[in-house]
Ligand binder design. Structure first.
Ligand code: T46
Length: 137
């Protein structure tokens, strides 16, 4: 598995930086939902699930955090710590987020509305699902 990095264009000038994200341009899916995670307590691990359909872009726009990605065969860990760098997370990918710095804000652009039935929260079920769906993204 190779992590699918995203690098945003920075529109910097002598006042500072600005990043713009537009659906179907920088982001290869229609953005139906935006959410962000902040004030995560030290030592907390979040996630522990995969999605059947959802595609997302994760950017840690402030501070830093680590993301573990697991496609059922390989695992990779990435550190997100720049407001212009992110990772695309496809469907059928187990994820855990941890080592949040106190100032971390993890911004997520999502291809679908919130739908609890899209979550696979049991790791063994995830492995079964990946096997039965042939690893479709
Ligand atoms: C993911 C990772 C990166 C909502 O009501 N609407 C929403 O859009 C979301 C995402 C969550 N919620 C509620 C459901 C829970 O009561 O917010 C609460 C916390 O959600 P959850 O425990 O799923 O949060 P994480 O940090 O474990 O996972 C989230 C996303 O759910 C997930 O899709 O990929 O961030």
């Amino acid at each position: 598995m190779v992590v699918d990095w995203f690098y945003a264009q920075q529109h910097g000038d002598d006042r500072g930086q600005l990043v713009a994200l537009e659906a179907q341009k920088e982001i290869p899916f229609e953005i139906k939902r935006v959410y962000y995670i902040y004030d995560t307590l030290t030592g907390v691990r979040r996630g522990f699930h995969a999605h059947k359909q959802l595609k997302q872009l994760l950017i840690c726009v402030s501070g830093s955090c680590k993301i573990l990605l697991d496609d059922g065969t390989d695992k990779e860990i990435v550190t997100l710590n720049k407001p212009y760098e992110g990772i695309f997370v496809q469907s059928n990918m187990w994820r855990e987020m941890y080592d949040f710095s106190p100032d971390a804000v993890l911004l997520v652009l999502a291809s679908e509305m919130y739908d609890e039935s899209d979550y696979i929260r049991d790791y063994d079920q995830f492995l079964e699902y990946v096997k039965s769906s042939g690893g479709d993204k």
